[in-house]
Design a protein around this ligand. Structure first.
Ligand SMILES: Nc1ncnc2c1ncn2[C@@H]1O[C@H](COP(=O)(O)OP(=O)(O)O)[C@@H](O)[C@H]1O
Ligand SMILES: [Mg+2]
Length: 257
């Protein structure tokens, strides 16, 4: 049965989507069956692998409102080796439309439970907020990974994020486990970045993944070609970093057995 992992940080631009897409890719390379669920109305994880978000017959939104079963929304793109539940801007209506519904935090979980058996990993790319969508993602997840950008304000907002996690744990999902932080956009020439790494390591109550993702222009170019970093620049530093991260994640599982 799949391990479900949410990538969460209410800050935008910290590397959630880049990590979701490329981690999904390299977990697939390790022969794991992977599904990525795009839970962001901006749909960057969808368009980033070359899927036209305006031409989709159904998206995660249709599954959430119960119009179609989630298995009918799963697609495979030519430019990625994993399966995707795509998104589009319709999803931004979800929170309002569903606000009155009882057990509104469990809607995604119920969908995922129908298809969990088919995958080894289900990754959820969250929007840059801590709203009902992100909460749905968390309630559906076993684990949380927090991408943290190596910049001055890296730790800002982290306490609110951790509070939200413990609230979700207490009220909605006691099994939810904070797996750790992934440091992204690291520039080793920058003294400040090295300082941030140290601070995050000191402050992070989960753990910090050893694989640090460097700032690498190839990683930012790949989505505009509709490709994962493996298919775009497999020998780049960014590719190597995500390959190592996938290995680290898989090994973590072996350790905990
Ligand atoms: N390691 C990296 N090196 C260079 N650019 C990156 C890196 N990670 C992400 N980016 C770029 O930074 C921007 C924000 O990243 P993204 O993954 O979309 O963040 P989020 O999903 O948290 O909003 C994007 O333009 C992305 O291409
Ligand atoms: Mg994103």
């Amino acid at each position: 049965m799949a391990k479900v992992i949410s990538l969460v940080n209410q800050k935008g631009g910290v590397g959630k989507t880049t990590t979701a897409v490329n981690l999904a890719q390299y977990l697939s390379k390790l022969k794991r069956k992977v599904l990525l669920i795009d839970l962001d109305p901006q749909a960057n994880a969808t368009s980033g692998i070359g899927i036209n978000k305006h031409r989709l017959p159904a998206t995660v939104y249709d599954a959430l409102i119960g119009r179609v079963p989630i298995r009918d929304v799963v697609m495979v793109s030519k430019s990625a080796q994993y399966s995707l539940v795509p998104s589009n801007p319709n999803l931004s209506g979800f929170a309002l439309e569903i606000a009155q519904q009882p057990s509104r935090e469990y809607i995604l979980k119920k969908s995922i439970d129908q298809i969990r058996d088919y995958y080894d990993y289900i990754l959820i790319d969250s929007p840059p907020s801590l709203d009902l969508l992100t909460i749905n993602g968390l309630v559906a997840s076993d684990f949380v990974i927090v991408p943290v950008q190596c910049e001055y304000y890296a730790l800002e907002g982290l306490s609110r994020l951790l509070e939200t996690l413990s609230r979700v744990k207490k009220a909605l999902k006691p099994e939810l486990k904070l797996l750790g932080a992934i440091l992204t956009m690291y520039d080793k020439r920058n003294r400040l970045a090295r300082q941030v790494v140290k601070e995050v390591q000191e402050n992070f109550p989960g753990r910090v993944f050893e694989s640090i993702i460097p700032r690498n222009v190839r990683l930012s170019e790949a989505p505009s070609y509709g490709k994962t970093i493996f298919n775009f620049a497999s020998f780049s530093k960014g590719a190597r970093a995500y390959e190592l991260l996938a290995e680290e994640l898989v090994n973590l599982e072996k350790e905990s057995k």
